[in-house]
Design a protein around this ligand. Structure first.
Ligand code: MLT
Length: 267
């Protein structure tokens, strides 16, 4: 089911399916709740799955502003949960959605049962990464979002079978084109400014999952696995790029269910 609510910064659209404990799936940059379309039906037989469109993405409004920070999007999530009267969730963030999840955990860890980063990292951008954000903003502002997306989406998937990759790429492009260009540029600035939050991952008293694809060309697995502790579990999907939710949905869902079944420590 798709629904929407009006929060302080405009309308937030989300997909919801299933019953039981709440799992929140946060998509990545220039993606949307549709990016989880293969995973939602697999999880919703056991859980109540909530997948919002982040501001300016998919069908959610963009309130404007030059910078779209990870903290603002975490605040949108807090307001969405409050409006649905949901107190505690297990939070899975893909890539930029992982950065938003970390911002949420930094402030609202008491509202989490589990925290998972999917093809994401607790590290801040490197200096080179910050430079390349500026190039991406320039491309979007001078040549348009579609030109930027062509290059961006081509790095999403492990090379594998070219025909299969082309199908995934076309779907990712059609989802990406729903993003507001202003939001895309704002999110690039927001990601560029985000702090290192590996201390959040090591400090939370929750089960944490870090999942990487061995062929991820956007966030290499070394950056995903850049923090270790007893409560942090690592998982690697072989032959997978930056988007296991579409490249390896069954395998990803299996890892998620095992992780969720492991139970949270007493707090
Ligand atoms: C994403 O896929 O959400 C972004 O590419 C993450 C990033 O650029 O750091």
């Amino acid at each position: 089911m798709r629904a929407s609510v009006v929060l302080e910064n405009g309308r937030v659209s989300y997909r919801e399916q299933g019953q039981g404990e709440v799992i929140v799936l946060l998509h990545g940059f220039c993606c949307s709740s549709e990016s989880w379309e293969k995973v939602i039906p697999l999880l919703s037989s056991r859980y109540r799955v909530l997948a919002p469109d982040l501001r300016g993405h998919g069908q959610s409004a963009f309130p404007g502003g030059k910078v779209c920070s990870m903290d603002e999007m975490a605040e949108d999530l807090r307001q969405l949960l409050d409006s649905l009267e949901i107190e505690k969730v297990s939070l899975f963030g893909h890539s930029m959605g992982g950065y938003v999840s970390l911002a949420f955990a930094d402030k609202y860890a008491h509202r989490l049962r589990h925290l998972a980063l999917i093809h994401s990292t607790g590290l801040a951008d490197t200096e080179q990464g910050k430079e390349s954000r500026l190039d991406s903003i320039k491309t979007i502002e001078e040549q348009g979002l579609d030109v930027f997306l062509e290059g961006f989406v081509s790095k999403f998937f492990a090379p594998g079978n070219p025909e299969a990759v082309e199908v995934l790429k076309q779907r990712a492009l059609s989802i990406g084109k729903q993003t507001s260009p202003l939001a895309a540029a704002g999110c690039l600035r927001g990601m560029r400014e985000r702090p290192d939050r590996n201390s959040v991952l090591s400090g939370v008293k929750l089960p944490v999952l870090l999942l990487a694809g061995d062929q991820d060309r956007i966030i290499p697995k070394e950056r995903t696995f850049s923090v270790a502790a007893d409560h942090i579990q690592q998982a690697e999907i072989q032959g997978c790029g930056h988007s296991s939710m579409v490249e390896a949905a069954d395998e990803l869902t299996g890892v998620m269910i095992d992780f969720l079944s492991a139970g949270a420590p007493e707090q």
